[in-house]
Write a protein that binds this ligand. Structure first.
Ligand code: ADP
Ligand code: MG
Length: 400
């Protein structure tokens, strides 16, 4: 039995015209002998009636942090509505379908509301439907915990649902349908001549996703990679082949940089040892932040200072903690972390030098850099993000 997971993102299910295109994709899969399992996101994006952000705007953030269970129930509604509306369209098109919440699809998680972890998939219900020729339409982004309460899997979590079901049902492939042709060398909203990457390795795309390219959720990549299930990113709006994600050795490629992405809303923090001499907490500062759930990156520790970045959302919490321990600090707000990704940059001399030269030529000052075997990061002012990405994209000949 050839099972195919077909996940459709928010813009793909936002209007009845678009949902007709979804049905075409499902019909095509059926005609090729596949048994499709459809996973849907909430309809539309921020501002649209049933989009997750719109639902969230009905209450304030404090309510969600104090009532995480209610928060998940609210956040999950968009996907639930989507399944029923999609089912209506399937029925009109003469396809037998059944809408399912994540829990009804057997996705059982822990009770870590807002970012729940998978415990197991109970696949009997979904398999019964498939055996009876009924297409399951599963609400993405949700599961249920052992007490039956609805949980959510973290923002962008419909991709995770697709990957979870792909592995549990041993699917031939997981198709992620969105509003662009696939994974591109940069966000096409930022770089107009960004080119499509027809193939990319799990590792590179994971890094892309982890570093800010929201086209796919990093956890979805990780889950598919572990079970070696092919993952394909495609456009709902056309019939192009999309991006096939597979193991590194299967991807023919001689480029040093595969693509560029970024993460906005970073704050660079500097804590000097001199200003804090005699403060007993200085030595443990990174540990104290970790204990308070503040994640940090681009960490440089020098004899006279510690420099790192945090997310802007954590800034107030960070300031509170520093004041409580009487630690002196300084920070630069509104930074963006540009990431250049390429698994073949390892050992190639001069890449960082080239990047810094391009940025300098464009009058973009760099607050900090870091590199790993497959990524180079540069922290710059957010106001320069588009200029920097476009200049680097051009320098490394990534355009069409
Ligand atoms: P969906 O609602 O279908 O899940 P998302 O908004 O989550 O869609 O992801 C698709 C968006 O990701 C695109 O519209 C695009 O602007 C953005 N994006 C960011 N980086 C990239 C990239 N490197 N390649 C393709 N799309 C990207
Ligand atoms: Mg998405």
């Amino acid at each position: 039995m050839k099972i195919l997971i077909q996940k459709f993102g928010g813009t793909s299910v936002s209007t009845s015209k678009r949902r007709e295109l979804v049905i075409e994709k499902v019909k095509k899969a059926k005609s090729l002998g596949y048994f499709p399992v459809v996973v849907v996101s909430a309809m539309g994006r921020k501002g649209d009636h049933y989009a997750t952000d719109t639902l969230l705007s009905l209450v304030d953030e404090n309510f969600i942090s104090n009532n995480p269970q209610a928060g998940d129930l609210l956040m999950s509604c968009g996907e639930t509505i989507s399944t029923a509306v999609m089912c209506y369209d399937f029925n009109k098109a003469g396809i037998k379908a059944m809408p399912l919440t994540g829990g009804q699809a057997g996705i059982i998680t822990d009770s870590n509301y807002g970012n729940a972890n998978l415990l197991r998939v109970e696949k009997e219900n979904i398999m019964d439907l498939i055996h009876n020729g009924i297409v399951p339409i599963v609400a993405g982004f949700q599961g249920k915990d052992c007490n039956g309460y609805i949980t959510t899997l973290g923002r962008g979590g419909s991709d995770v649902s697709a990957a979870i079901l792909g592995v549990a049902l041993n699917a031939e492939e997981i198709e992620i349908y969105t509003d662009v042709d696939g994974i591109m060398t940069a966000d096409p909203r930022i770089v107009s001549d960004a080119s499509l990457l027809s193939e990319i390795s799990y590792n590179e795309v994971f890094q892309f996703a982890e570093q800010g390219a929201k086209v796919i959720h990093p956890r979805a990549v990780e889950i598919a990679m572990k079970s070696n299930i092919p993952l394909v990113i495609k456009n709902t709006l056309n019939d192009t082949d999309g991006t096939v994600i597979s193991c590194e050795h299967q991807v023919p490629n001689d480029r040093i940089i595969t693509g560029i992405t970024h993460m906005a809303n970073r704050v660079q923090v500097k804590i000097s040892s001199l200003e804090n001499s005699g403060n007993q907490y200085y030595a443990d500062i990174l540990e104290i932040l970790a204990d308070n759930n503040i994640s940090i990156d681009l960490i440089n520790v020098f004899p006279d200072s510690k420099i790192f970045t945090i997310d802007a959302r954590d800034l107030n919490k960070f300031i509170d903690i520093m004041n409580r321990q009487n630690i002196k600090y300084s920070y630069i707000e509104n930074c963006s972390k540009i990431a250049l990704i390429g698994s073949r940059m390892r050992g190639v001399p001069g890449v960082m030098a080239k990047i810094l030269k391009v940025l300098e030529k464009n009058n973009i000052s760099v607050h900090q850099t870091a590199d790993s075997h497959n990524t180079i990061w540069c922290l710059i002012d957010s106001s320069n993000t588009e200029k920097a990405i476009n200049a680097l994209h051009k320098e490394f000949h990534l355009g069409i």
